[in-house]
Design a protein around this ligand. Sequence first.
Ligand code: GLV
Length: 327
Amino acid sequence: MSTARAFRVLQVRNLPPAAQARLEGIQEIEIVRPRDTSRAAMLDACESVDGVLSLLAEKIDRELLDRAGPTLKVVSTVSVGYDHIDVAECKARNIKIGNTPDVLTDATADLAVGLLIATARRFPEALRAVHEGTWGKWTPTWMCGTQLQNKSVGIVGLGRIGIEIALRLKAFKMGPLRYWGRQNRDGHEQVQAVGAKYCASLPELFATSDILIVACALTPETRHLIDLPLMQATRDHAILLNVARGSIIKQDDLVAALKEGKFQGGVGLDVTDPEPLSPQHELLQFDRVCVLPHIGSAALETREAMANLALDNLMQGLQGRPLTCSV
Ligand code: GLV
């Protein structure tokens, strides 16, 4: 006797193994797979699904929601960020949105610190020298980068991830630590624990920090927040890091700022605009620019935890219950 599956769920790419096995074991779910991972295939496959397991790379916009139709109850993204989802449109259609905060905070903060050290201490150039045979005799100044201790830090967005980055930087004896964001959070226990202080003016933060770290969410307000005038105000030796979303920084302006001699301490990007970035992109021509392919949360344990939380949200949305984490 065949058991009718109650819910049809669109899944474009596999989850990490344990979570994928869990998904495949859920009796009530029929997994709908598009013929390939293209947008066109996704649009064709999404008709009359009840749920979508969403990933950062796939836009959940009005067109997709129209194609899915009125059966769609929940979009559950395996990410903390949800700038790929048209939230207003989902809300207008009563479609719940789930996301995966908290479980990726540590992995992303670890990656930010790793990227900072790699950038400040010139890992990409040093690795190239080893591989390309330009590693010569030890000399006192070859491959010298920037030491982290006692450097002033400006964090753009002191949310969960920003706080964890600040905690780690404190252990590296960095400071003073300051931050800019929508709200002054100086009274918050965790902010007091790291000793970070609010700076109400973003231009002032940029003009007075040795190291600038972008860790805020991408919203209409933060898109292209970091533009040429802001970058021109920085100290020439400053380091700029972005572990949030590529389009918070105006990327063409970043190239212009680099050409003007800014960020001599280096630029570390885990995110770019667009992703993937073409290997021919001008940004990659600068020795001191260290680009990673958006791997902030890419630790297997973290990805399993994200996928599990996304499955919890998915099931809850399908069954009409409140989501563990909703947008
Ligand atoms: C990663 O960038 C995420 O939003 O989870």
